[in-house]
Write a protein that binds this ligand. Structure first.
Ligand code: TYD
Length: 142
């Protein structure tokens, strides 16, 4: 069985000498309906965000301004994605551990999400994540 993979999605870009424009339509440019949008900003130097996975949530992460690195892990394979263009999005499927780091000064990390916020959907313990990713249950892993 092949696992769903993280992938870079190139978004439409309308170049204009007054400034560029990028748009995203649910179900057309990204493989889920958007239920929530949030963004990280004013991230202090050296800070990292994320450090969890989601059972059901799919996301698209965009460097709306500046740059940062997203480190992903599906339990079998680790990858790193450097995002520094507002017209690229990183699609993150369910059951993917992610850490976001190396935020440049003034960067904005825009996230489109397939579900409303639900703390029950989070897996915040890495050992539990590894066990679930290997096909186990989450009893007694922490
Ligand atoms: P969290 O998802 O852990 O942040 P990150 O992964 O970006 O480091 O969320 C941090 C806090 O914000 C946590 O207390 C939950 C809250 N939160 C919401 O209330 N709604 C949201 O949509 C998100 C993403 C977080």
């Amino acid at each position: 069985m092949s696992l769903p993979k993280c992938k870079i999605i190139e978004l439409p870009k309308i170049p204009d000498r007054r400034g560029n424009l990028t748009f995203i339509e649910a179900g057309r440019h990204i493989p889920f309906d958007i239920q929530r949008v949030y963004y990280l900003y004013d991230v202090p130097g050296g800070a990292s965000r994320g450090g969890h996975a989601h059972r059901n949530l799919e996301q698209l992460i965009i460097a709306a301004s500046g740059s940062f690195t997203v480190c992903t892990d599906n339990g079998h394979q680790k990858e790193e994605f450097y995002l520094n263009r507002s017209y690229y999005g990183l699609y993150i499927p369910t059951m993917t551990w992610r850490e976001i780091e190396n935020f440049s000064s003034g960067s904005v990390c825009l996230v489109l999400a397939s579900e409303h916020y639900d703390e029950e959907d989070y897996i915040r313990d890495y050992k539990t994540f590894k066990k679930l990713a290997a096909g186990g249950d989450d009893h007694g892993a922490a």
